[in-house]
Design a binder for this molecule. Structure first.
Ligand code: NAP
Ligand code: GCO
Length: 267
């Protein structure tokens, strides 16, 4: 197999969770651009419909399904339907996620649990549901969307950091437990990416100036910019393809250099 063929996903079925927009859609489009057949889910039927239309607009024939990734029953039904209608999931991207920015001492246990449920329990549920068919098929790829918060903490994101830190270790454990079945499980750790999830951190101030957090991230990023969802596509194609068959348990940070940089000193 030549190197270009190693990066091809021709004939592969890729499930990207929570991919009716945002990072999930950008990753799905990147996987489709090298031949993958895209299936995705979202909780809201109208977003699934809008997502299918947006993929079609981009030349991608994606199949969308309504499913809540925190529900074992809905995930089991989702995967069974995909296997019947499209085929065995060769590539899983655990992308669906939420964040709640609340000072920890003000966060309720229910709010904490909700973030853990979507950002950590759900990747476990979806991965355990697709693994048996991957084993039968002779292998597969699992990519968990981690975060800067898999490595760093900050104010107001205790639940999210706990979930994303746990997701890094779940990634390593899946890699450890299923490597012998030719299943590679890796993570992508996006930096700060301009999506609806981070929109509150980039809102212009009443005087037209940048949001303080926006300016902070620019100073913390050597690339001096927010990432775009499309910046993640190359890493996703690599980790979904045969080019990464001996990469396992790794989190590939696509962060413009934030984790390497102490931050621009104030003038
Ligand atoms: P986003 O714009 O908030 O999109 C999240 C997606 O997940 C939405 O489609 C959402 O659907 C879906 N989702 C949420 N809960 C779900 C559930 N229970 N079942 C099914 N789908 C569900 O987020 P994003 O910025 O694209 O982030 C995507 C992933 O990257 C997340 O895991 C996030 O933690 C991670 N990440 C983001 C950044 C960043 O800077 N943006 C950086 C690092 C990591 P609904 O709209 O219907 O709720
Ligand atoms: C926040 C942001 C971050 C990003 C991302 C960084 O409030 O700090 O939402 O958590 O979403 O996870 O990698």
């Amino acid at each position: 197999m030549n190197m270009l063929e190693k990066f091809s996903l021709q004939g592969k079925v890729a499930l990207v969770t929570g991919a009716s927009y945002g990072i999930g859609m950008a990753i799905a489009k990147a996987l489709a651009s090298v031949g993958a057949r895209i299936v995705f889910n979202d909780i809201k039927p109208d977003l699934v419909e809008k997502g299918v239309a947006a993929y079609k607009e981009a030349g991608v024939e994606a199949k969308g399904y309504v499913a809540d990734v925190t529900s074992e029953e809905q995930v089991a039904a989702l995967v069974a339907t995909i296997e019947k209608e499209v085929g065995v999931v060769d590539i899983l991207v655990n992308n669906a996620g939420i964040i709640k920015r609340i000072p920890m001492h003000e966060m309720s246990a229910a709010e904490f649990r909700q973030v853990i449920d979507v950002d950590l329990n759900a990747p476990f549920i979806v991965a355990k549901t697709v693994i048996p068919s991957m084993i039968k098929k002779g292998g597969g790829k699992i990519i968990n969307i981690c975060s800067m918060m898999s490595e760093l903490g900050r104010e107001t994101v205790s639940a999210y950091a706990a979930a994303k830190g746990g997701l890094k270790m779940l990634t390593r454990n899946i890699a450890s437990e299923y490597g012998e079945f030719n299943i590679q499980c890796n993570g992508i750790g996006p930096g700060y990416i301009a999506t609806p999830q981070t929109a509150p951190l980039r809102e212009k101030q009443p005087d037209g100036s940048r949001h303080p957090f926006d300016a902070f991230i620019i100073a913390k990023t050597p690339a001096a910019r927010w990432g775009e969802a499309d910046d993640l596509g190359g890493a996703a194609v690599f980790l979904a393809s045969s080019a990464s068959d001996f990469v396992n348990g790794h989190v590939l940070y696509v962060d413009g250099g934030i984790l390497a940089y102490i931050g621009k000193q104030p003038k």
